[in-house]
Design a binder for this molecule. Structure first.
Ligand code: NDP
Length: 247
């Protein structure tokens, strides 16, 4: 544990597994109070217990980031508990891969509602508090937000959207001393592929994971920690991070 982020309040969405869980643990280990949000309350409670055992402070908030009402309640809960918000990590996301001709429209809708609208609505709800604290927004996009690959049409549309939203947002809020960072990971070993409904796309991802050394969730948490632990004059706008094995 160290004290780099002592006095700061962070909110991490999609913190019940993978990158969000690792990021919440890293921010808490650096002294931030961390609110962890997702739908699986049991996993959030386990994470809070783990953070507290390590001497940190955390709060579980059950929220569906595809629902506007849950988003507003989530942000209100953090601010009513701790009276401020310094770091927002918009990480919740799904990757429902399928060739466009076979894509399930509900999968496309879910990705847009969560990966894009959910991230945008969370940002909007948090912005007054982040302006007050001269805070920091970290948006988790993907290599798929920079390179559009076949088989990932809908997912790439949402992740390119996150990059565009983040850059426009940065230019709106920099004068308020609010920083914006977009993180673009390549393949990371997490639960992300578990929800793919297209059998061939799911098998393709499993094959890639079996034949390369993917990144770990902690590798991405390190990148996020780097961005949010810089002095206020340093605005790390973008981090593109691939496994060495990835083309
Ligand atoms: P995981 O599946 O392990 O984590 C996804 C998180 O998002 C979970 O905590 C999940 O919690 C949460 N989530 C999903 N749906 C919702 C919802 N409707 N409301 C609230 N939370 C939700 O995958 P990763 O850690 O890999 O994914 C995190 C982010 O990283 C995503 O945005 C993903 O696109 C991005 N990313 C991942 C890469 C990878 O290779 N793994 C590469 C590039 C980017 P719960 O189900 O409990 O709600």
């Amino acid at each position: 544990a160290n004290s780099t982020l002592t006095g700061k309040v962070a909110l991490v969405t999609g913190a019940s597994s993978g990158i969000g869980e690792a990021t919440a643990a890293a921010l808490a280990a650096a002294g931030a109070k961390v609110a962890v949000a997702a739908r699986r309350a049991d996993r959030l409670e386990a994470l809070v217990a783990r953070i507290e055992k390590a001497g940190g402070v955390a709060l579980a908030i059950e929220a569906d980031i595809a629902k506007a009402g849950d988003i507003v309640a989530m942000v209100d809960k953090v601010v009513s508990e701790w009276r401020r918000l310094d770091i927002l990590v918009n990480n919740a996301g799904v990757m429902l891969l399928a060739p466009a001709a076979e894509a399930d429209l509900d999968d496309w809708r879910q990705m847009i509602e969560l990966n894009l609208i959910g991230l945008m609505a969370t940002t909007k709800a948090a912005l007054p508090h982040l302006k007050a604290s001269k805070g920091h927004i970290v948006n988790v996009s993907s290599v798929a937000g920079r390179v559009a690959n076949p088989g990932a049409t809908g997912y790439a549309a949402t992740k390119f959207g996150v990059v565009a939203f983040s850059e426009a947002l940065r230019r709106e809020v920099y004068a308020d001393k609010v920083r914006v960072t977009v993180i673009e990971p390549g393949l990371v070993r997490t639960e992300l592929g578990d929800h793919i409904t297209n059998a061939e796309s799911k098998a393709g991802l499993e094959h890639r994971l079996a034949t390369m050394e993917a990144l770990t969730a902690e590798d991405i948490a390190n990148a996020i920690f780097y961005a949010v632990s810089q002095p206020p004059r340093v605005n790390v706008n973008e981090i593109l991070i691939r496994p060495t094995d990835q083309e």
